[in-house]
Structures are given as C-alpha cells and as structure tokens.
Ligand binder design. Sequence first.
Ligand SMILES: C[S@@+](CC[C@H](N)C(=O)[O-])C[C@H]1O[C@@H](n2cnc3c(N)ncnc32)[C@H](O)[C@@H]1O
Ligand SMILES: [Zn+2]
Length: 138
Amino acid sequence: MEPTAPLKAIERRKSKIAGWGVYALEPITKNSRIVHYAGEKISWKESDKREKRYLKQGCIWCFILNRKTVRDAAVGGNIARFINHRCRPNCYTQIVGDMIWIRAARNIRKGEELTYNYETEGGAGIACLCRPGCTTVI
Ligand SMILES: C[S@@+](CC[C@H](N)C(=O)[O-])C[C@H]1O[C@@H](n2cnc3c(N)ncnc32)[C@H](O)[C@@H]1O
Ligand SMILES: [Zn+2]
C-alpha cells in the first residue's frame, strides 16, 4: 500500500487563488517532502479520455508520471489534489519511481498556501489567477 498521509502538517482550506487550496500548518524547511500526489495509475490513452471529461468541468486531475503512465487524482487521490498552480510557486514536484512528491522549493511559513507550477503549457486553457495581472494560461 502507498502511504497517503502527508509528512508535514497541512490542511485543505478555501483558497484565494481558486476553489480549495492546501495550507501549511507548520513551518516547512526548503526541500522537505510534504506529500505525494496520489491517484490511480492509468495509461496516456485513458488519461486523454478522462482529462477531456474533467476539463469540461474546468478541472485538471491527471499528472504525468512518465512516458507511459499518468496519475489520476480524481480516483484514489489525497489532499495533494487540492494544491493550486502558481507561476512563482513555493513547491516543486519530483518523480521518484512511481511516486510524485511535492517538495518545498524554499522555506515555507506557517499559514502559506502551497503551490507548484503545473507546467501544462496552456493545455488546459484555464486563465491563471495566481496573482493580479497574471497572463499565463494553464
Ligand atoms: C488540482 S485542482 C486544485 C484544487 C482546486 N482549487 C479545487 O478546488 O478543486 C486544479 C484546478 O484548480 C484550479 N486552479 C488551480 N490553480 C489555479 C490557478 N493558478 N488559476 C486558476 N485556477 C487554478 C483549476 O480549476 C484547476 O483545474
Ligand atoms: Zn500565474
């Protein structure tokens, strides 16, 4: 069984960026592993199909794991699925084997919203709300 519990104290709360977000309940040191992005492992072909359905509702849930596989957080996901995108984020992702780790890109203060860069390059067609005046399309 994969661990789904976060390694740091975090919680889901209403976000100022979009919908739900995830917040640090304690200071987190740069490079710490915070939580992994859980979700069913599926093929790219299956992901294409599901992602089209999810995007109709404005949601991105599929995270590319490698050349063959994607993780779908809409099925078997954990709190990591509520982490929002920011163009200048405080977290980064690291793939180790078949795990997608969310790690601190810098020291994070208690109460900060956790964010990482989705790196979707406009594929989802969602206007980024990470800061006033951001012109990125996620
Ligand atoms: C992985 S979910 C994150 C959790 C989401 N906020 C929620 O309430 O379910 C990704 C979705 O959050 C929204 N989102 C995340 N970051 C965003 C951003 N910077 N600007 C606009 N929408 C964002 C988009 O709707 C995106 O499809
Ligand atoms: Zn942005």
